[in-house]
Ligand binder design. Sequence first.
Ligand SMILES: Nc1ncnc2c1ncn2[C@@H]1O[C@H](COP(=O)(O)OP(=O)(O)O)[C@@H](O)[C@H]1O
Ligand SMILES: N[C@@H](CCC(=O)OP(=O)(O)O)C(=O)O
Length: 266
Amino acid sequence: MRDFGNVKKVVVKVGTSTVTYPTGKLNLSRLEKLARVLSDIKNEGRDVVLVTSGAVASGLGRLGLTKNHKTTQEKQALAAIGQGILMQIYEKLFGEYGVVVAQVLLTKDVVDEEKKMLNVKNTFEYLFKYGAIPIVNENDVVAIEELEFGDNDTLSAYVATIIDADLLIILSDIDGLYSCDPRLDKNAQLIKEVFEIDSYIESIAGGAGTVNSTGGMQTKIEAAKIAMQHGIPMVIANGENPSVVKEILEGKEIGTLFVSKNTVSR
Ligand SMILES: Nc1ncnc2c1ncn2[C@@H]1O[C@H](COP(=O)(O)OP(=O)(O)O)[C@@H](O)[C@H]1O
Ligand SMILES: N[C@@H](CCC(=O)OP(=O)(O)O)C(=O)O
């Protein structure tokens, strides 16, 4: 058993593949379960942050377009269309459980500038005081790195460091880190724990698995590096059934846990 009994602040990141269908339309039943489980763990007394991808895909879905050959500028405009669609559904679903949500659009350079970082930190602090769940995405109109490299994974790790989270959970369309991409090799084995990101771990992390996703396992490993450097454990798990979030917090051995050997249990 893993011990996450003392986890007070948790960041949960959901990828495009978790929140939308390949058509770009919202996966409503999954989003309903996600809102329910996050509201539930909030009711337990934890501070919860949701980092959500899916804006570009939702924009595509709304306009009835396909992803193929979209330029960065087109994706920025699609993200601006899709972000409202995402927030509308989160507002509705969390509202059903009486939970207030807040839209937080960030760019990763906030961690490079002390003043900006302090502003972000202060905003999170007050959102927690107000009992809100901050819903974070990259501001794709301002920053294009994520659209090109698919990096909400590292953004979620930066958010975890800014709020000094006790745990980062990345939900994807796969059970965790495998010895190689299971889409390419059916003999791939799930790795349950990683204590150090070495060249072997970096070598087995491949790219994205589905048409609307970006980044794949490579950006999740980058996220793990950032989290581990700050002593924050990270779990990659399958978001197919979002109730795994609760099971992970209960200490069940789900997905892949990334934890530095010298991290004291939180
Ligand atoms: N070693 C690996 N273990 C597991 N998945 C991997 C690995 N290498 C590449 N992948 C791919 O990473 C995908 C998950 O990342 P991604 O497609 O970006 O999803 P998300 O939208 O959840 O971020 C998996 O579906 C899988 O195809
Ligand atoms: N800001 C983009 C996120 C792109 C991204 O990182 O996607 P994913 O690899 O599915 O987490 C969007 O909302 O579409």
